[in-house]
Design a binder for this molecule. Structure first.
Ligand SMILES: [Zn+2]
Ligand SMILES: [Zn+2]
Length: 92
């Protein structure tokens, strides 16, 4: 996978491919979006901001995987993960 991050503020290692984003639950129960490099390192996190799926097609919706919500990428404020968050993110 060689696609570039769909946002400008999270910084991927320039010599590695961007590995996509995951929505994870932080230790305090909030939802985080984690941007990860193909080497497995978490690069940046943002507090997840959800909006209603703009083209929802029900439980089989391809855009939101049926959840009815998608991450609002424009509303995300990327920042470096804290040590606690990194530990939680690297448990799997
Ligand atoms: Zn990397
Ligand atoms: Zn949907």
């Amino acid at each position: 996978m060689t696609s570039r991050p769909p946002f400008a503020s999270a910084s991927v290692h320039p010599w590695h491919a961007f590995d996509g984003m995951r929505i994870v639950e932080a230790p305090d129960g909030t939802c985080l979006v984690a941007a990860r490099c193909s080497c497995g390192q978490v690069i940046d996190v943002a507090d997840a901001v959800f909006v209603r799926c703009p083209s929802h097609e029900g439980p089989g919706c391809a855009r939101c995987a049926g959840s009815g919500e998608i991450v609002d990428h424009r509303a995300l404020a990327w920042r470096a993960a804290t040590d606690t968050e990194l530990q939680a993110l690297q448990q799997d």
